[in-house]
Design a protein around this ligand. Structure first.
Ligand SMILES: CC(=O)N[C@H]1[C@@H](OP(=O)(O)OP(=O)(O)OC[C@H]2O[C@@H](n3ccc(=O)[nH]c3=O)[C@H](O)[C@@H]2O)O[C@H](CO)[C@@H](O)[C@@H]1O
Ligand SMILES: C=C(OP(=O)(O)O)C(=O)O
Length: 419
């Protein structure tokens, strides 16, 4: 099993390029199913989840061409099978995003139920209720969602919780629906906006994007375009936390500071000096003291759940005691048990972790349990005394492109062992 070995203590310095956003490229690739002529997606990150999405689309008969190292052409003219099988869906929850587009364009879809994962139960009832409101007949049998619709008809759908993939699935399903669909209590995440911008560029009629009421008026077809995926705000935030924790100075490039308001404000509160340009953010922690910061996750524009684990790691070595409250997923503290192994002082009760910052952590063996948990263990390893080994590192490859190379270039002592 692959693992990472880190010798902590080096302050990170230099520039790092941010890749395209995982949580934008996956829905955008799924949206390629809606288009009759080929479309090309640019700034595609080299991630395991992208490979899985390519396998999923390829398995349906879609032709995928990697034109150069960061763009993928999607051609649906060869599609032959409208099924998303269990073995792929179970490794990547975002597979559920093919349901809305398949139903919209072909009037049928069979998608394995995604089920839960390490961070929580992750139901899809809001997706299914919304599709039924649009006129789909849905059966859940033998672990599969079997959806059919002779035609979809626009309607008003009030989602009882803010759901990112739910909003994305329903927005894609409604693109060809007759008349007007109104999605209320819609997610406002930048990745939802990026997907909508892609659909609009292809010819969809969507307004209200970035607010909690999105209106979609049905169109007849979509045409292929070239589209560049937005930068990954979570990867950006992770490198900034790494710079803050190690007392370094790092400039993250090819990113967008406007995507990270809540995170940058917390890093400033933690004592970092932050400067920004149009497409870069620089964090300087040289000679400054790291203070602990309270965090409460919330849908955008609140503090992102995907940055919770990284800030929990930061609080482990900051001055003071902080509370970290997770409001999106009931079980997103899997990293805590592992952080205790390198000496952190954390107490969890329900959805709240109380973290007392310590001057030193000491290297140990740890086990990564999910994507952002893996990131938090790496961050802790970068500051721990001695050697830290992180096992089950495959989770990190789902969402961080070449993380050990990027960190090494910034001066970290980190090595991947493939066994
Ligand atoms: C609002 C939010 O922060 N969503 C996060 C969620 O998106 P993701 O799209 O995976 O999850 P949702 O946004 O759908 O889930 C938000 C909440 O709604 C609940 N729910 C969702 C759908 C549904 O049909 N029924 C239902 O009850 C979920 O259990 C969860 O408590 O995980 C992603 C990966 O970590 C993050 O990038 C997203 O920022
Ligand atoms: C948990 C994540 O991804 P997924 O929803 O694909 O599991 C994430 O991006 O942090």
């Amino acid at each position: 099993m692959n693992k990472l070995i880190i010798r902590g203590g080096a302050p990170l310095r230099g520039d790092v390029r941010i890749s395209g956003a995982k949580n934008a490229v996956l829905p955008i690739m799924a949206a390629g199913l809606l288009c009759e002529t080929p479309c090309t997606i640019e700034n595609v990150p080299h991630l395991q989840d992208v490979t899985t999405m390519m396998e999923l689309l390829g398995g349906m008969g879609v032709t995928l061409t990697i034109s150069d190292k960061m763009s993928v052409e999607i051609d649906t003219s060869t599609i032959e099978k409208l099924v998303a099988p269990y073995d792929l869906v179970c490794t990547m929850r975002a597979s559920i995003l093919v349901l809305g587009p398949m139903l919209a364009r072909f009037g049928q879809a069979k998608v394995s139920l995604p089920g839960g994962c390490a961070i929580g139960s992750r139901p899809v009832d809001i997706h299914l209720h919304g599709l039924m409101a649009l006129g789909a007949q849905i059966k859940v049998e033998n672990g599969y969602i079997d959806a059919k619709a002779e035609r979809l008809v626009g309607t008003r759908i009030v989602m009882d919780q803010v759901t990112v993939t739910g909003t994305e699935n329903l927005m894609m399903a409604a693109v060809f629906a007759e008349g007007e669909t109104v999605l209320e209590n819609a997610a406002r995440e930048p990745e939802v906006i990026d997907l909508a911008n892609f659909l609009i560029k292809m010819g969809a009629d969507i307004t209200g994007v970035g607010t909690d009421v999105i209106t979609i008026r049905g169109v007849k077809s979509l045409q292929g375009v070239r589209y560049r995926v937005l930068p990954d705000r979570i990867e950006t935030g992770t490198y900034l936390v790494a710079a803050a924790m190690t007392g370094g100075k790092v400039r993250v490039r090819d990113t967008d500071p406007r995507l990270l308001d809540a995170v940058l404000s917390k890093l400033t509160e933690a004592g970092a000096h932050i400067t920004t340009g149009d497409d870069w953010i620089e964090l300087d922690m040289t000679g400054r003291r790291l203070h602990s910061v309270n965090v409460r996750t919330a849908p955008h524009p609140g503090f992102p759940t995907d940055m919770q684990a990284q800030f929990l790691a930061l609080n482990c070595i900051a001055e003071g005691t902080a509370t970290v409250i997770e409001t999106i997923f009931e079980n997103r503290f899997m990293h805590v048990q592992e952080l205790l192994r390198i000496g952190a002082d954390i107490h969890v009760e329900g959805n709240t972790a109380v973290v007392r910052g310590l001057p030193v952590l000491t290297g140990a063996q740890m086990m990564a349990t999910d994507l952002r948990a893996s990131a938090s263990l790496i961050l802790a390893g970068l500051v721990a005394e001695g050697e830290t080994t992180i096992n089950r590192i495959y989770h990190i490859d789902r969402g961080y492109e070449s993380i050990e190379e990027k960190l090494s270039k910034l001066g970290a002592n980190i090595q991947r062992i493939n066994q």
